[in-house]
Design a protein around this ligand. Structure first.
Ligand SMILES: [Ca+2]
Ligand SMILES: [Ca+2]
Length: 238
C-alpha cells in the first residue's frame, strides 16, 4: 500500500487522522479569508478615517544659488529665484516644495590703523548679518553676528507632524493635506541679505574701520517626500 492510500485509509477509520485533515482544511481556508478581510478593512477605511497614523518623511534640498558679496554697512543685497530654474530637480525629488533655506557664513574684516595699534588695537565689534526670505506673502527673517554663520528657513506646511511618533485625532487625508504644498510651493522666492556693521574701540593713536562685511550664502529649496500609513499596534506578547 502506498503512503497516500495508507493515509486515506487512516482518515476513513482513525479519529486523529480525521482531526488532522479537518485542521489542515480549516487553516488553508480560514487564513486567506481572515487576511483578506483584515486587508479589506484597512483598504476600505483608507486614509479618510480619523484615527492613529504614522508619517515617514524626508526633506531633500535643491541648490538654487551659491554665491557671495561684499555688502556695505546699511546696504541690502536682493536675490530673486524661481522654481522654474530647477523644475527638473523638483520633479525628480517628488514635486512637493515645502520651503526655502538660506545658509550664510561671514567673517570679520575690521581693520586697525595707526602707530599705536600694536598695543592699543582694541577689539572688533560684531556686525549683524540679516537674511529675509519671502514667498507668496509669507516671510521669515533671521540674523547672526560675525564671525560665524546662521540659517533661515521659511516653510509653509505643518512640519511638526514629522516630529510625532503617532498622530492621533486626524484623518490620513488631513495629514496629507497639511504636508502637501502643491502649486503654492512653486513660483518666485525673494531673498534680501543685509549687513549692519559695527566698529570696535581702539586706544589713543589707533583707529578702527569697518565698512561692511563679506558674506557668503547658499540658497536651497526644501522638498518633502512622505508617506502616511495607519498605525497598527503590534502586541509584543503574542
Ligand atoms: Ca565689526
Ligand atoms: Ca565687518
Amino acid at each position: 500500500m502506498s503512503k497516500v492510500t495508507d493515509f486515506v485509509e487512516r482518515v476513513k477509520t482513525e479519529r486523529d487522522a480525521q482531526i488532522l485533515v479537518a485542521g489542515i482544511l480549516f487553516f488553508t481556508i480560514a487564513f486567506p479569508v481572515a487576511f483578506a478581510s483584515a486587508a479589506a478593512g484597512v483598504e476600505g477605511a483608507g486614509l479618510s478615517a480619523v484615527g492613529d497614523y504614522v508619517v515617514n518623511g524626508e526633506v531633500e534640498t535643491i541648490l538654487l544659488e551659491e554665491s557671495g558679496e561684499y555688502i556695505q554697512d546699511g546696504d541690502e543685497w536682493p536675490v530673486s529665484q524661481t522654481s522654474d530654474a530647477v523644475r527638473n530637480e523638483i520633479e525628480t525629488a517628488g514635486g512637493n516644495v515645502i520651503g526655502i533655506r538660506i545658509t550664510l557664513t561671514y567673517d570679520e574684516d575690521e581693520t586697525a590703523s595707526g602707530a599705536t595699534c600694536g598695543v592699543a588695537g582694541g577689539n572688533a565689534a560684531a556686525d549683524t548679518i540679516t537674511a529675509t526670505l519671502d514667498h507668496n506673502e509669507m516671510t521669515e527673517t533671521g540674523s547672526g553676528e560675525n564671525p560665524g554663520s546662521h540659517t533661515v528657513d521659511l516653510t509653509w506646511v505643518n512640519l511638526s507632524l514629522l516630529d510625532e511618533e503617532v498622530i492621533s485625532g486626524l484623518s490620513g487625508s488631513d495629514i496629507t493635506d497639511q504636508l502637501t504644498a502643491g502649486e503654492a510651493g512653486l513660483g518666485a522666492y525673494d531673498i534680501v541679505i543685509g549687513v549692519s556693521a559695527a566698529t570696535g574701540n581702539a586706544g589713543f593713536g589707533c583707529e578702527r574701520t569697518d565698512n561692511g562685511e563679506d558674506v557668503s550664502w547658499k540658497i536651497e529649496l526644501l522638498v518633502l517626500d512622505f508617506t502616511v500609513a495607519p498605525f497598527i499596534e503590534v502586541d509584543a506578547t503574542l
